[in-house]
Ligand binder design. Structure first.
Ligand code: CA2
Length: 145
């Protein structure tokens, strides 16, 4: 069976490459998705992509991934730091969730150093820019190889 994974990005990440390139780089979300797609092809797995600005939409995406995907790569954006609802959704689903951050959240402002969502994640990748999504895919795919 070919495993399918969901890559879901949270609020404002649709603006990647278009605003604040000094913080988040000049790569657009579409380019990150292309990078992940190419690696998925090499690994022989499938990937679907989504981006939502709303907390509820992200939660719905996690709920449906529980039935439709073998794992989730999630960048929860700023919800990382305070959304107990998103944290509960990650804890509620059975498929592994890898949390990804483009920036090293531990080297940034105090409020970004805490992730309330990481507790129930299978793992966290932070600080490697778009490569982080590829590393997360490799980590998930390795669970099924
Ligand atoms: O480093 C990450 O990936 C973050 O999850 C990105 C979030 C931030 O709130 C987290 O603390 C760390 C912010 C995404 C905002 O993305 C923008 C992209 C371009 C222009 C403005 C915002």
């Amino acid at each position: 069976m070919t495993e399918r994974f969901l890559v879901v990005n949270g609020p404002n990440l649709n603006l990647l490459g278009k605003r604040e390139p000094e913080v988040y780089g000049s790569t657009t979300l579409a380019e990150i998705e292309e990078l992940v797609s190419q690696r998925a092809t090499q690994l022989g797995v499938g990937v679907d992509f989504a981006q939502y600005n709303g907390e509820g939409e992200l939660i719905d995406a996690l709920h449906s991934a529980d039935s439709n995907h073998a794992g989730v790569i999630l960048n929860p954006g700023a919800y990382t730091h305070y959304s107990y609802a998103l944290a509960d959704a990650i804890a509620a689903i059975s498929v592994p969730v890898v949390e990804v951050h483009l920036s090293n959240i531990h080297g940034r402002e105090h409020f970004r150093r805490r992730s309330v969502t990481a507790r129930s994640a299978a793992g966290v990748v932070a600080g490697f820019g778009s490569l982080g999504y590829v590393l997360a895919l490799e980590a998930l795919a390795s669970r099924f190889s």
